[in-house]
Ligand binder design. Structure first.
Ligand SMILES: Cc1ncc(COP(=O)(O)O)c(C=O)c1O
Length: 486
């Protein structure tokens, strides 16, 4: 209590002693600015002094502007010159380590042009929230909380919620993956999965092979962990296997061990390309030959609009353990739930499970349980059908508009929520500047490239735009590209 150490003496006037005590407490910061003081009645009773003494002390403090009264509400502190708040300043910029610097420098949310409601923004590839099946989600929530009540609000297991793990094992089985000697760890989306694997199994300075361009977040994690990145070009025909084979041979001769490879074979971000089954097999064989465990990113697999299902590379692995598959529902369901999974060899999962427990104990069991209910009650299939139609139409429309209005070297994209464009000798950041002035923004391609490439590329995400906005925005981009040539 703020007044329990106030010992009143017999010499000084009581109201002065009380006033001084309050003033000292405030100046030390022990009574924060704008906080409420006890009423004169409460304080007089507590200190066992007359109420008039308290009123007089408060009047003195008010006269010096240290406190103020609000009619009907009470008396509050109004003292801004609290010296203790001023004299302690930590310069966090100086505490920053190399990882923090990397994360800050590569933070495209902070560093790129932000979204504004008056802009036509092709920047994002987040799903369109208007499609979310909120009623089904509410049902799933109510069902799970009634069935399992306190269990899903208490501590759970690092590996994840068992019914969801079992569901996903079957789900992966249906995609053609042999799960006999495999297990699943539930993660905070793909992003945590990738970081968990690499931080558990690599050291600073290790080598990783990936597609170039690649997912910006993956690139950021590689750099964050101090990995050496070997980017293998993707061009109009897909992954450049000549370059890959040359690199592997070169590294092998130099006795450089590559720790992992990372690829997104379906609806790759940013190119939207789908690796054909022969190339998947070729890639897998090469990784096996050079003994490089591969991380397969399956984030967008469900969003195929025309071709038939292509089996993930993990399905080629059968009873081997060289492929680590990371799945995520961020593009097909609710990214805000942040639920993804790692499927791989049991002995690897056991290690990752301990790292997960050490870091953050587990992903929210409530969220996992709701997602499980939603997935298993049939709502998921219905929803996937709906969004495939919705995004498929938008994809075809956006693709046609790009073809019609945007002069380009080539356009890539076979599905997913985005289209990738290589321009003819135009710097996409210069273009972005002009477009921004005209109310249109997009993602400049360089953020996806290793080694400062891709300055003449851009990615258009269309999931949250109307047909009218897509056409209007693409026309503006096309018109401004033409203005470079004039
Ligand atoms: C290539 C790729 N993988 C995975 C994800 C999903 O990541 P998360 O599950 O962490 O949201 C994305 C999202 O944009 C992506 O582009």
């Amino acid at each position: 209590m703020l007044f329990s150490n106030l010992k009143l003496n017999d010499e000084d006037p009581i109201y002065i002693q009380i006033k001084n005590h309050i003033e000292i407490m405030i100046s030390k910061g022990l009574i924060p600015n704008n906080s409420k003081l006890p009423s004169t009645r409460e304080l007089s009773q507590f200190l066992n002094v007359s109420r008039n003494s308290i009123i007089a002390a408060y009047d003195e403090l008010k006269a010096e502007d240290i406190i103020y009264s609000v009619s009907g509400k009470g008396t509050f502190v109004n003292y801004k010159n609290i010296t203790s708040n001023k004299s302690w300043y930590i310069d966090y910029a100086k505490l920053e380590n190399e990882n923090t610097k990397t994360a800050n420098n590569m933070d495209i949310v902070k560093n790129e042009i932000p979204w504004r409601s008056d802009l036509i923004s092709f920047k994002s590839i987040a799903p369109n929230g208007e499609l979310f099946d909120i009623d089904e989600f509410k049902k799933a929530f109510l069902n799970r909380i009634s069935l399992e009540s306190h269990k899903i609000l208490n501590y759970g297991y690092a590996k994840g919620y068992k019914p969801l793990i079992d569901y996903l094992l079957k789900y992966m089985n249906n995609k053609g993956v042999d799960t006999t000697n495999k297990d699943i760890l539930i993660t905070n989306g793909f992003t945590e999965g990738l970081e968990l694997i690499l931080s558990s199994f690599t050291e600073k300075g290790d080598y990783i092979i990936c597609e170039n361009p690649t997912h910006n977040t993956a690139k950021k994690i590689f750099k964050f962990l101090g990995l050496n990145i070997i980017g293998i070009d993707i061009n109009e025909d897909g992954l450049d296997f000549n370059m890959l084979e040359k690199q592997l041979d070169f590294l092998n001769k130099k006795d450089i061990k590559v720790k992992f490879s990372y690829i997104t074979p379906s609806y790759h971000n940013p190119t939207g390309m789908v690796m054909n089954p022969e190339d998947r097999y070729r890639f897998y064989k090469l990784m096996k030959k050079y003994n490089i465990p591969m991380i397969e990113d399956g984030f967008n697999e469900e969003l195929l609009y025309s071709s038939s299902h292509i089996f993930p590379v993990a399905s080629l692995d059968n009873l081997n353990n060289g492929v680590i598959y990371i799945g995520s529902f961020s593009k097909i369901l609710f990214p805000g739930l942040r639920i993804g999974w790692i499927l791989c060899d049991k002995s690897a999962i056991s290690r990752l499970e301990s790292v997960k427990r050490c870091r953050s104990i587990h992903v929210s069991f409530l969220d996992q349980a709701i997602l499980y209910d939603y997935l298993s009650n049939g709502a998921f299939e219905k929803y996937v059908k709906k969004i495939k139609k919705f995004y498929g139409e938008k994809f075809n429309f956006a693709y046609d508009c790009v073809n019609k209005y945007i002069p380009n070297e080539y356009i890539l994209g076979e599905g997913g929520l985005h289209i990738f464009i290589k321009l003819k000798n135009i710097n996409s950041r210069d273009l972005l500047k002009k477009c921004h002035e005209q109310g249109v923004i997009f993602m400049p391609g360089d953020v996806f490239y290793i080694n400062e490439k891709g300055e003449d590329t851009l990615r258009l995400g269309f999931s949250r735009l109307s047909f009218e906005e897509i056409e209007k925005g693409i026309k503006i981009i096309g018109r401004l590209i033409n203005s470079f040539h004039n």
